[in-house]
Design a protein. Structure first.
Ligand code: BGC
Length: 903
C-alpha cells in the first residue's frame, strides 16, 4: 500500500499560497478491499519546528483535511508528512510541501510603477490600439543565494523575464478576476535564472482583461499599464535582500504595438529591442518609471494553476476559397493562437484572421453576434510585420476561438502551394488542470461527441469558466451551473472553480444578487442595470438559473469530490443569494395574480429571467431577437420558481451537511432548521401554483415537464400525465430533444425516472437536428451554442460553435452507458451498473475520484457480456450486471461476465 498524490488545496506542492490550506491524498494497494483506518499528519516549519501534529486519528477520511495548527508565517516553506494505516495492517508514508506567499499587505515594499506619459483611455467596443509597455530594472547579486522568489502582478496582463528568461511558461498572468477587490499576484522560484553580479528583471505589460474595453473592471481605473514586482533573495549566511519595483525602473515600448484580448494583436518585429530584459542592455534611451499609489489591499496570492499551452495542432489543409481567400484549416475548433514561422521581407505584413466556421460555400465567415455590443467588435485578427529573414511569431496578449485562419501577406492572399503548412501551429490554451476522465466506446460518433465536449471544456476554462472563446469570453454563471458536474468528471477543475467562486463573492451586491456574469465587467454592469430597470428591479442584473450558480456550483463540487471546504468558503455568499430569492418571492407578485397569498409568497415569479435559454425549436435560425422577450417569459414561468426552490432547498441541505461535518456547528444547524421549511413551502407552492390543478404546466414545452419530473416536484396524482406529456413532446418534436440550457442536462435523466431509458437512448442516438449527434454528423469538433448551428440558408448562424452547456449530456453517458453512479459524495460509495442499449458493443470510462481511479471497461459479443472494473481504495462498490446479478465489493480489480438480452 502506498500514498499517492498528496495535495495541498488540490495542487501538488504549491508555491505561494495565502489561505489556510487543506490536504488530500490517495491510497494505492494491490491488496483488495483496502480502506484507510487511521492517519497521522504533521506539518513542520522551515526551522524544523512542528506546527501541526494531528493524530493518529482513526478515520477513513483522506480528503479536505483542513490545517488546524499554529498560525502560518509569510514566505515560508512547510513540510507535510502523512502516514496512514489500512485495514490489513499495512502502513505508508508520504511527504510534500507548500510555501506561503506574503500574508499581509504591509509585506509589500515594492511600489506600483507606471510610465510617466499618460495613456489614452479606451474607446468602447474595440481595443485600445496602444503598445504594450516594457519595464526593466537592474539589481546585483552579491554572494551565494540559496532561495530567490519573485512576487509579481500588474494592471493589464504581463510576461516576466529574469536575465532574458521566463521563470515558467504561463500566459495571461495575473488572471481574470474582480480586480478592484481581488487582484492575484504570482510567485516564482527565480533561483535558476540568477547569476553573480548584475541581473535584470524585465516585465512587458499588455492590456489584458484589466484594460480591455470588453472586460475592464466595473470602476474608474487609471488607464496606465502598471507593474508591481518584489524580488526576495536569501543568502547562504541568512541575509535577505529585497528588490522592489520603484522609480529606478525604466520604461519603453517594443514590438507589441497593440493587443486586445478580443480584437487581436499587432506585432512589429522591427520594433523588437533584443536583450531588453538582460543586465547589459543599453537602456539609455528609456524613460524613468513613476511610482503610483494603487495600494496593496486587493492583492491575493494566485489560487490555482495558470493558463498554459495545452496542445498543438498542425493544419490539415490550406485551401483557396471560392472568393479567392487563402484559408488554413486546423481541423479542430479551439481557443488559442497560431504560432507561425515566417520568411518575409522586412516590412511585409502577415495578417491572420481567425474564425470557427466557413460559410456554406467554404469562404471565411465571421459568426460574431452584435459587433460592437457586449462582447462584440471582436475582429480576432493578428498582424505580424517582419523584420526580414526567418522569424517565429506567437501572440502575447490575445487569444481567439477558431478552427480556420484567413491569411494575407501585404493584403494579398498567398497561393496555397507557396505556403509550408509545417510553419503554422495552432496552440490551444487553457488553465492547466489534471486530466481525470476518459471515455472510448465502439461507436465513432459518440466518441467524437465526447471529444467535442472535452474540446469545448478546454476552450472555455481559460482563467475563468467562459461561455465561448470567440465572442464574449465571459464568465456566464448559468452556463457553469449546468456544466460544473460534467467538467469535474473530465478535469480537476477544483482550484479554478474555487478562484472563480471567490470572484463571485466579490461581485455579489448589497441585495445579495449574484450577477449573470462573473467577473461582472466590460458592458455587463450596464446591460444588467437595463435588465433590472425593464422589470422594475433593483441591483445587479441576474436571472434565475444564472445567479443560482452561487449554490449549485459549490454543491456540484461537493457531489463530485466531497469538497466541504468550498461549501464553507461560499457559505455566506449562498445564504445572501437565497435570502434574495426568498425576498423576491415574498415581496413581489405578477400583475393580475390570482394565486392565494399563501402560495404566491413562495414563488419566485417576477423579475427578469432568461428562461430555459436557447430552446432549439424557438431558435431555428439563431437567437430570435424579435420575440426574445416573449420566448424568455414563456419558460421563465417555470424555470424561475423551480430554480429558486432548488437553490433554497440545496442551501438547506448544505447547512445540514456542514452541521454534521463541523464541530462548531450551531450556525449551520440553525440555518438548516430555518431554510428547510421555507424550501418545503416553495415546493408546495410550485405544486399548487405552477402546476395546474389539471396537471398542466404554464407552457407546453419539453423542459416544462423535464424539471418537475427530474426534481420530484410532480404531485403523485399527476405523475402519469407528466410522463405522457414528456413522451408526447418528444414525439411532437420528431423524436428530437427540444430543451434549452437549463433543462437539457436533466432531460435524459427525467426519461430514466419515468422508466423510458429506451427513449433517452433514442434521443442520444438521434442524428436528425436538433440533437447531439446531428452536430457530429455535420462535422462539429466542439459543442455548439445553438443545436441548430446552421441557418435555413445553410450558412452558420451568428451564434458560437464552442459553448459547453449542451455538453452536460456527458453526465448521463457516464452514469448510464458506462454505468458509474455515485452513491455518496466524492464517489466513496459507488454503483457500477452499465445499461447497454444494444447499439454499443464496447465502452470504457475511467475517472479519477478523490480516492483513485474507477475504471469500467465492458464488451458485448452477441449475448455475452464481460466487464473489467477497477475500484480504488477507500471505496465501497455495488456492482449490478445487466442480468440483474448484484455483488458488493471494496477496492480491487475485478472481472465479471453474464448473458444479456439486448436488441
Ligand atoms: C452567452 C450565454 C449566456 C447567455 C445568457 C449569451 O450571450 O453566450 O452562454 O448564458 O448569453 O443569456
Amino acid at each position: 500500500m502506498e500514498i499517492t498524490e498528496l495535495k495541498t488545496l488540490h495542487m501538488t506542492d504549491p508555491l505561494g499560497i495565502d489561505v489556510t490550506p487543506y490536504f488530500s491524498w490517495k491510497l494505492r494497494s494491490e491488496q483488495p478491499d483496502t480502506v484507510q483506518t487511521q492517519y497521522q499528519l504533521t506539518v513542520t516549519d522551515p526551522d524544523g519546528r512542528t506546527v501541526l501534529d494531528a493524530g493518529p486519528i482513526a478515520t477513513d477520511k483522506n480528503t479536505y483535511i483542513a490545517y488546524a495548527g499554529e498560525p502560518l508565517r509569510s514566505r515560508s516553506r512547510y513540510t507535510i508528512e502523512v502516514s496512514v494505516q489500512d485495514n490489513h495492517g499495512n502502513t505508508a508514508k508520504q511527504s510534500g510541501w507548500f510555501e506561503t506567499a506574503l500574508l499581509a499587505a504591509d509585506e509589500w515594499t515594492a511600489q506600483w510603477i507606471a510610465p510617466k506619459k499618460k495613456a489614452k483611455p479606451s474607446k468602447k467596443g474595440f481595443g485600445n490600439g496602444r503598445p504594450a509597455t516594457l519595464f526593466r530594472q537592474t539589481f546585483s547579486v552579491n554572494g551565494e543565494v540559496v532561495s530567490a522568489r519573485l512576487y509579481a502582478t500588474c494592471h493589464g496582463a504581463y510576461e516576466v523575464y529574469l536575465n532574458g528568461k521566463a521563470p515558467d511558461a504561463r500566459v495571461f498572468a495575473p488572471e481574470h478576476t474582480v480586480y478592484e477587490k481581488y487582484l492575484c499576484y504570482q510567485t516564482y522560484d527565480i533561483l535558476p535564472l540568477l547569476r553573480a553580479g548584475g541581473n535584470a528583471i524585465g516585465m512587458v505589460v499588455g492590456d489584458g482583461w484589466y484594460h480591455c474595453p470588453n472586460a475592464k473592471p466595473n470602476m474608474k481605473t487609471d488607464a496606465q499599464h502598471a507593474a508591481l514586482y518584489q524580488i526576495e533573495l536569501v543568502y547562504r549566511d541568512g541575509c535577505r535582500d529585497v528588490i522592489g519595483s520603484d522609480e529606478t525602473a525604466l520604461v519603453s515600448d517594443g514590438a507589441v504595438r497593440s493587443a486586445d484580448l478580443y480584437a487581436g494583436e499587432q506585432y512589429d518585429a522591427r520594433r523588437e529591442q533584443p536583450g531588453w530584459a538582460c543586465a547589459d542592455f543599453d537602456a539609455s534611451q528609456w524613460e524613468h518609471a513613476v511610482t503610483k499609489k494603487y495600494g496593496y489591499e486587493n492583492l491575493k496570492a494566485q489560487f490555482g494553476e495558470p493558463v498554459m499551452r495545452v496542445a498543438e495542432l498542425k493544419p490539415v489543409g490550406i485551401k483557396r476559397s471560392p472568393k479567392g481567400e487563402t484559408i488554413l484549416d486546423f481541423g479542430q475548433n479551439l481557443a488559442g493562437w497560431v504560432r507561425v514561422k515566417t520568411h518575409l521581407q522586412k516590412g511585409q505584413t502577415l495578417r491572420m484572421e481567425h474564425c470557427e466556421v466557413l460559410d456554406k460555400d467554404g469562404n471565411y465567415y465571421n459568426n460574431i453576434l452584435s459587433a460592437g455590443g457586449a462582447g462584440g467588435g471582436c475582429d480576432q485578427t493578428d498582424e505580424f510585420i517582419s523584420n526580414g529573414g526567418e522569424e517565429t511569431y506567437e501572440p502575447h496578449f490575445t487569444y481567439h476561438g477558431f478552427r480556420f485562419v484567413r491569411l494575407t501577406i501585404d493584403g494579398k492572399a498567398p497561393a496555397p502551394d507557396t505556403l509550408n503548412g509545417d510553419g503554422f501551429t495552432a496552440v490551444a490554451l487553457s488553465t492547466q488542470k489534471e486530466e481525470v476522465g476518459s471515455f472510448v466506446c465502439s461507436d465513432d460518433k459518440l466518441n467524437r461527441l465526447y471529444q467535442n465536449i472535452r474540446w469545448s471544456q478546454r476552450s472555455n476554462m481559460l482563467s475563468i469558466p467562459t461561455d465561448c472563446p470567440q465572442r464574449e469570453k465571459a464568465g456566464w454563471t448559468g452556463d457553469m451551473l449546468v456544466y460544473a458536474k460534467t467538467a469535474l468528471l473530465n478535469e480537476d477543475c477544483t482550484a479554478l472553480f474555487t478562484r472563480w467562486l471567490y470572484n463571485m463573492q466579490c461581485d455579489q451586491d448589497a441585495y445579495g444578487i449574484v450577477p449573470m456574469v462573473v467577473p461582472e465587467n466590460g458592458n455587463y454592469p450596464m446591460t444588467g442595470k437595463m435588465m433590472q430597470l425593464s422589470s422594475g428591479g433593483k441591483g445587479k442584473g441576474t436571472s434565475s438559473g444564472w445567479g443560482d450558480a452561487a449554490v449549485i456550483v459549490p454543491y456540484s463540487m461537493y457531489e463530485i469530490t466531497s469538497n466541504t471546504e468550498i461549501l464553507k468558503q461560499q457559505y455566506y455568499c449562498m445564504r445572501r443569494w437565497v435570502d434574495h430569492i426568498i425576498r423576491q418571492a415574498a415581496d413581489n407578485k405578477p400583475k393580475d395574480c390570482t394565486r392565494p397569498e399563501g402560495i404566491e409568497q413562495y414563488l419566485w415569479d417576477t423579475g427578469y429571467h432568461y428562461g430555459e435559454w436557447l430552446i432549439p425549436s424557438q431558435n431555428k435560425n439563431g437567437l430570435d431577437m424579435k420575440n426574445l422577450g416573449t420566448i424568455m417569459k414563456m419558460s421563465a414561468a417555470y424555470t424561475a420558481p423551480i430554480f429558486g426552490w432548488l437553490s433554497v432547498s440545496t442551501f438547506a441541505q448544505i447547512a445540514a451537511i456542514l452541521a454534521q461535518d463541523t464541530a462548531d456547528n450551531a450556525l449551520y444547524e440553525t440555518d438548516a432548521q430555518k431554510y428547510r421549511p421555507i424550501a418545503d413551502k416553495m415546493k408546495d407552492a410550485i405544486q399548487k401554483g405552477v402546476i395546474g390543478t389539471d396537471g398542466s404546466m404554464p407552457a407546453d414545452l419539453m423542459g416544462a415537464y423535464v424539471l418537475p419530473i427530474y426534481f420530484d416536484l410532480v404531485p403523485e396524482k399527476h405523475k402519469q400525465k407528466f410522463a405522457d406529456a414528456l413522451v408526447q413532446s418528444i414525439e411532437k418534436n420528431g423524436g428530437c430533444m427540444d430543451t434549452g440550457f437549463l433543462t437539457a442536462p436533466y432531460l435524459l435523466f427525467a426519461l430514466d425516472k419515468i422508466g423510458r431509458t429506451d427513449l433517452a437512448y433514442q434521443l442520444l442516438w438521434q442524428t436528425k437536428c436538433p440533437s447531439w449527434l446531428s452536430e457530429v454528423e455535420q462535422g462539429a469538433t466542439t459543442i455548439w451554442e445553438n443545436t441548430f448551428g446552421y441557418d435555413a440558408d445553410g450558412n452558420p448562424g451568428s451564434l458560437s460553435f464552442n459553448h459547453y452547456a449542451f455538453g452536460a449530456v456527458a453526465d448521463w453517458i457516464f452514469q448510464r452507458e458506462a454505468g458509474i453512479v455515485p452513491l455518496a459524495p466524492g464517489f466513496t460509495k459507488v454503483r457500477i451498473r452499465p445499461i447497454p442499449d444494444g447499439k454499443l458493443t464496447a465502452c470504457k470510462r475511467t475517472f479519477q475520484t478523490m480516492q483513485g481511479e474507477i475504471s469500467v471497461d465492458w464488451k458485448r459479443e452477441g449475448a455475452d457480456f464481460t466487464m473489467d472494473v477497477t475500484i480504488p481504495c477507500n471505496t465501497a462498490a455495488e456492482i449490478i450486471l445487466p442480468n440483474g446479478e448484484k455483488t458488493e465489493t471494496g477496492s480491487g480489480v475485478y472481472h465479471y461476465g453474464c448473458k444479456v438480452c439486448v436488441q
